[in-house]
Design a protein around this ligand. Structure first.
Ligand code: SF4
Ligand code: SF4
Length: 143
């Protein structure tokens, strides 16, 4: 599994779009093998709400990871800032070769996916016939 990709703010392309700035959600949510960091635990190198303390030497999985919200920022239909994981409290990813949607939730906010824009994305994804899964703590549940 992977984790955070930060925008250091030194790339003009990144500065012109919504970015990770201010979001460090995946640095808590995701398991990071290289650091022996379990899921749902803040990385020891994370300054919450700011970024990575070892940005230049962060593990490969951190370098390559982009949540769905971040991926959409390069496209024609970027998801709204309010859906960024630090605000929505849902980190969205895919599995099964990109076919299924996975929502990574914090155990302290297990219902975060049930409201607003995330709920709409879930409904639309299911209406198209794709599977939506919820990962909360040790539990992986298919909706
Ligand atoms: S959860 Fe997404 S937007 Fe937030 S820091 Fe990770 S990759 Fe960036
Ligand atoms: S090493 Fe950096 S990017 Fe990776 S989880 Fe820790 S704080 Fe986040």
């Amino acid at each position: 599994m992977a984790v955070a990709h930060y925008n250091n703010g030194n790339c003009q392309e990144r500065m012109n779009m919504n970015s990770c700035d201010g979001c460090t959600a995946c640095c808590k949510t995701m398991k990071i093998q290289e650091l022996n960091k379990p899921a749902d635990t803040w990385c020891q190198h994370c300054t919450i709400g700011e970024g990575c303390g070892i940005y230049d030497t962060r593990p490969e999985s951190c370098r390559v990871y982009e949540c769905i919200w971040l991926q959409t920022q390069r496209g024609a239909k970027p998801l709204a800032l309010e859906l960024r994981p630090d605000k929505s409290r849902v980190v969205m990813g895919v599995t099964n070769q990109g076919d299924d949607l996975v929502l990574y939730l914090s155990p302290d906010r297990p219902d975060a996916w049930k409201r607003g824009g995330i709920a709409r994305i879930v409904a639309e994804t299911r209406a198209k016939g794709f599977t939506v899964m919820i990962k909360c703590g040790d539990r992986l549940q298919t909706l």
